[in-house]
Design a protein around this ligand. Structure first.
Ligand code: PRX
Length: 632
């Protein structure tokens, strides 16, 4: 079918469109209404239908695919490689579900998963789905205070963690972090289920820690039935950054998510049952939830889960994985490709990549040189796709399974079916003319699979996402874009204070809060600036309480290191600014608002534009001086 008609039908007639797509999954009880629009901006999909994500991802494939690999696990950190068929996966998920149930986990309760990239993370997620419990995976790179904040918001009955993670050959002990988070949290769960990888040199032995392995043995043959959930019951919470320092718990449903992912596998990814997909991301991010765990399994594919970096033991590791595991589809972030571009091209050429059909890239802008390089090097289609934690699956892409429209460099493509995507003028809320820069918005209702609400805070969901475009009750993505006459959209950056470092979404406010907790700091502004490899890098401009505190270069260096350590402790190393500049004051408006965009412009050597209401123009000069001194 032609893309245009397909897309038009999906937004003009969502009931018929999604009723058809719903046939991709098993419904224990059929739904009696496709879409309930009675309470906008909330939308409920497949009302009355009962289903289960774990059943659809695992049990349903047993008759035809029990002996096909479901999960292939490769860790270049530990040298471990494991394969789990659908039958093995079924058994492991049942064991994990039985253990969780023995620890009191029930339908509707939350389980927080703070794990490195190990197979047990997949088992834990699917075990929650099986029990009807709501998982909340917290990225393993987050520090104890971030973990504690998520514990307090989700109020889990159980935390699942491990003795340690590993990255780039370095072991990161988790138990001290968990211990600190448990001490900080008001709603600390009574038990922490611990996967002991025997990686940490010294493991904590707190009374709340329960070892998984003996419990797994005890529950080795226990079968746990799937809880049949109403389609709109929550399946998970995934925290993401926004403008404030407090992360939002993106809440997703069960049925809509299952249908949306299953459909995306065909129309966007062209994945078929029996194919192998390697998504190089982390289970702590949305790409991991959707395209390491749920979508490939829903589609009866083999998913490859990888612990390690793209350059260890050398820059050919991913290409060798493609060859060894006959990988058909690969998905990662542009940063990884920029990293690989710097490696010896022979590493790519020497691998047999004949199994690979398509490479998918998402999470941050795909710059043209990187797109050109990787397309030429692979000789296969490279499909940029644009989406967010909130949407759960792509909003913009060339949907090759619908119609392989030509790619245009610099654009992730055209709106995906289901999304009524409109660029709007930020002041008037009216649709933009072709070529006019505007805010990327989605009209009501959001298609299946998108966020239902902010966990525990419907008002925040409405206010944040649906009331920020003047006069229009539409969903704001907080991204700028521009659309051409063929409907292709180019992304022009965020409208808010969110930055994107190496494909990781970070709130500058969260980093500022971490830095402000340092005793020497009076004020701080964090901005994102262009970075050749990571897309963006965080820069911190710090005003000290004691103006002479960073008088000598040595003092400044010591202080910058101490601020970096504070960020590591408060937020995690991913939030650490690339550079810290000490300045006498920060540019603000007369009413005291920080002029972050002006700071970012100056830091990138651009003209900050008109700033009529600036409080003290010399603050701009001090930013300029700090940046040029730092560059020298
Ligand atoms: O600014 C957009 C950018 O990443 C944000 C969403 O990040 P996250 O919630 O982590 O979800 C990532 C899911 C892939 C968006 O608001 N972004 C994502 N994909 C692209 C992108 N920017 C440009 N091009 C993309 N393909």
């Amino acid at each position: 079918m032609r893309y245009r008609d397909f897309h038009r039908e999906s937004v003009a007639n969502p009931d018929d469109f999604w009723r058809r797509e719903a046939g991709r999954i098993h419904w224990q009880t059929p739904f009696d209404q496709v879409l309930d629009r009675s309470n906008p901006p909330f939308a409920r999909w497949f009302c009355g239908g009962r289903t289960n994500l774990c059943f659809n991802a695992v049990d349903r494939h047993l008759p035809a695919r029990a002996h096909q690999n479901a999960l292939v696990y490769v860790s270049t950190e530990t040298g471990i490689e494991r394969r789990y068929t659908y039958a093995d996966l079924h058994a492991e998920v049942n064991r994990m579900a039985a253990v969780m149930r023995s620890l009191g986990v029930k339908r509707g309760q939350r389980v927080l998963i703070y794990l490195p990239m190990i197979p047990e993370a997949v088992f834990a997620v699917l075990a929650c789905a099986r029990l009807g419990a709501i998982h909340s995976v917290v990225f393993g790179g987050f520090a104890a205070p971030s973990l504690a904040a998520r514990i307090d918001d989700a109020k889990p009955v159980l935390l699942v963690s491990a003795d340690a993670g590993a990255r780039g050959g370095k072991v990161i002990d988790y138990t001290p972090l968990v211990d600190e988070a448990m001490a900080r949290a008001e709603y600390a769960p009574p038990k922490v289920l611990l996967i002991d990888r025997q990686l940490a040199p010294e493991r904590l032995n707190a009374p709340y820690l329960v070892d998984y392995e003996p419990l797994r043995e005890q529950h080795y043959d226990v079968q746990v039935p799937c809880e049949w959930l109403e389609s709109n019951e929550p399946s998970y919470i995934l925290y993401t950054s926004g403008t404030t320092g407090k992360p939002k718990g993106v809440q997703r449903d069960v049925g809509g998510y299952a249908v949306a992912l299953a459909a995306s596998m065909e129309y966007i990814f062209e994945g078929r049952a029996g194919d192998t997909l390697f998504t190089a991301s982390d289970i702590g991010w949305v790409v991991g939830h959707s395209y390491i765990i749920y979508a490939p399994l829903l589609a009866g594919m083999t998913t490859v889960m990888y612990e390690g970096t793209p350059v260890r033991p050398d820059g050919g590791i991913w290409w060798r994985l493609v060859e060894q595991h006959r990988i058909n589809l690969m998905f990662t972030a542009p940063t990884a490709i920029r990293v690989l571009k710097k490696q010896d091209p022979a590493l790519l050429r020497s691998a047999d990549l004949s199994s690979l059909r398509t490479l998918f890239l998402a999470g941050e802008p795909l710059d043209e040189p990187t797109a050109e390089w990787i397309s030429a090097a692979l000789g296969k289609p490279v499909v940029d796709n644009y989406w967010q934690t909130e949407t759960g699956w792509p909003m913009l892409a060339i949907q090759r399974g619908v119609e392989p429209l030509p790619q245009k460099l610099g654009s992730p493509g055209v709106p995906c079916y289901g999304y009524d995507l409109v660029l709007r003028n930020e002041h008037t809320g009216e649709p933009c003319a072709q070529g006019e820069k505007g805010v990327i918005t989605l009209s009501y209702p959001l298609p299946p699979g998108c966020m239902q609400t902010v966990w525990g805070d419907d008002a925040r969901f409405v206010k944040t996402y649906w009331e920020s475009v003047p006069g229009q009750p539409v969903y704001s993505t907080f991204d700028w874009g521009v659309q051409d006459s063929d409907g292709y959209v180019t992304i022009l950056g965020r409208t808010d204070d969110v930055i994107n470092v190496a494909g990781h979404r970070l709130g500058t406010r969260e980093i500022e809060e971490a830095i402000s907790s340092h005793a020497a700091v009076a004020e701080v502004a964090v901005v994102g600036v262009n970075d050749a490899v990571k897309g963006q890098a965080a820069l911190a401009f710090v005003v000290l309480r004691d103006a002479g505190g960073a008088a000598s270069p040595a003092d400044a260096q010591t202080l910058a290191a101490s601020l970096a350590a504070t960020v590591d402790r408060q937020l995690g190393a991913i939030g650490r600014p690339a550079r810290v500049h000490f300045v006498p004051m920060l540019p603000k408006t007369r009413s005291g608002k920080l002029l972050r965009r002006a700071i970012a412009a100056l830091a990138e050597g651009r003209d900050p534009g008109d700033l009529p209401t600036i409080e003290d123009a010399s603050a701009l000069q001090s930013i300029r001086e700090a940046v040029s001194a730092g560059d020298s």
